[in-house]
Design a protein around this ligand. Structure first.
Ligand code: MG
Length: 384
């Protein structure tokens, strides 16, 4: 009898020991230091919104067709509720057209006190759209923080809340930016053993040299992103056929974003899938893209976060379109959020956290080139 009693207690304590730390780890508000210059919402209520600007420092100067830069401005967002803190962020690369000031001004207007709980995700996201039409990164920041919070409160990782299988998380591509052949060779050599697919930035006169240089070093599958850099559709098609021979599996945004008729022609003739990136922002853009692309690149900073990204994935699937998940330069916060959706996608281009030198969190990892998700509640972030 004593033995039975011992076993019963062990099982009880055992389950408590598994369950309690899970919840405690998820709700880390008591452990964190508040950074200087934190702004708090003037609205009171059960959910407390705060934010601070945080500039992301890039490991290498980042060049794509059209521009290059060394930092990415951003705003980190936190929502506190019942002892838990949800983390979110707005990444603001200049080409998106949003600023730190505009993002903070938007956050200042957000009044979460009217909502009883963070579980009212649909209502809260609808409300954000009534405040201002644009400001998609600020909305994404709140959406991500709410999902993190809801996961912590439920004691479940985000992937479990989304109902996706963490074993089906994709490999991420790693981006080789436009550079001199020596630098391209060196960067490719550095990362070839760590990733299963590389993304090469093209869309300018040196395209072929760029791809040949990468091919000197590795025979990994490649995807390419022209960032609207090609203008002649026939020349673009000729290039795509050549790239196909080089083992390129997909091409992203070959033509300027509004040239949908030419994109449709290219999509009809291309030997590899053609994806929209700059041509797509939110769910409402998708009906207009039918036939113009094989697939869409969904980025949380454009889609207003996870909630709408899921809707975009389902819409794309009903139209027979493929899906990739992309990101900006972001900390592991937003990249972990996007990675949690990757079991629903065909390609993942989620290397934004690997491109910066001042990440704030440990989150999604890399396991033999595949993304691997933390199994802690919410986003499962640990502050660095
Ligand atoms: Mg792109």
């Amino acid at each position: 009898m004593r033995r039975r009693e011992f076993l019963r207690k062990s099982i009880l304590y055992g389950s408590a020991a598994v369950f309690a730390p899970t919840l405690l780890e998820g709700c880390i508000s008591g452990q964190q230091k508040e950074p200087a210059h934190v702004h708090h919402s003037t609205h009171s209520g059960k959910m407390q919104l705060s934010w601070f600007s945080y500039e992301l420092e890039l490991r290498h100067t980042f060049t794509v067709a059209g521009f290059s830069r060394k930092v990415t401005p951003g705003v980190q967002v936190r929502i506190e509720y019942e002892g838990c803190t949800g983390h979110g962020e707005a990444s603001l690369p200049p080409y998106l057209g949003y600023t730190v000031e505009g993002t903070m001004a938007f956050l200042q207007k957000v009044d979460l006190s009217q909502f009883q709980s963070p579980f009212l995700l649909e209502d809260i996201m609808d409300y954000l759209d009534t405040i201002e039409e644009a400001q998609t990164p600020a909305k994404a920041a709140i959406d991500i923080a709410l999902h993190d919070l809801v996961g912590q409160l439920s004691g479940q990782p985000l992937y479990a809340l989304l109902g996706v299988n963490p074993d089906k998380v994709l490999s991420t591509s790693y981006t080789i930016g436009i550079d001199t052949p020596d630098v391209v060779r060196e960067k490719t050599r550095e990362c070839a053993g760590m990733f299963n697919v590389l993304k090469v930035k093209v869309g300018y006169d040196g395209d072929e040299q760029m791809v040949r240089t990468v091919r000197e070093v590795t025979d990994l599958p490649l995807v390419v992103d022209a960032n609207q850099g090609w203008t002649d559709r026939q020349k673009a098609l000729d290039k795509i056929f050549w790239l196909h021979e080089q083992g390129v599996q997909m091409v992203e945004q070959p033509l300027p974003k509004h040239r949908l008729d030419d994109s449709a022609w290219l999509t009809q003739h291309s030997p590899v899938p053609v994806y929209a990136d700059e041509s797509v922002q939110r769910l409402r853009d998708l009906p207009g893209l039918k036939g113009a692309f094989h697939g869409i690149n969904i980025k949380l900073m454009k889609s207003t976060g996870i909630r709408e990204a899921v809707k975009m994935i389902h819409y794309a699937r009903t139209e027979g379109m493929q899906v990739m998940l992309g990101c900006m330069t972001e900390t592991s916060c937003a990249v972990t959020a996007a990675a949690s959706l990757s079991p629903l996608a065909d390609f993942a281009d989620l290397d934004g956290n690997l491109l910066i030198s001042n990440d704030l969190y440990e989150g999604v990892g890399l396991c033999d080139g595949r993304l691997c998700l933390p199994d802690r509640p919410g986003l499962g972030l640990k502050e660095l």
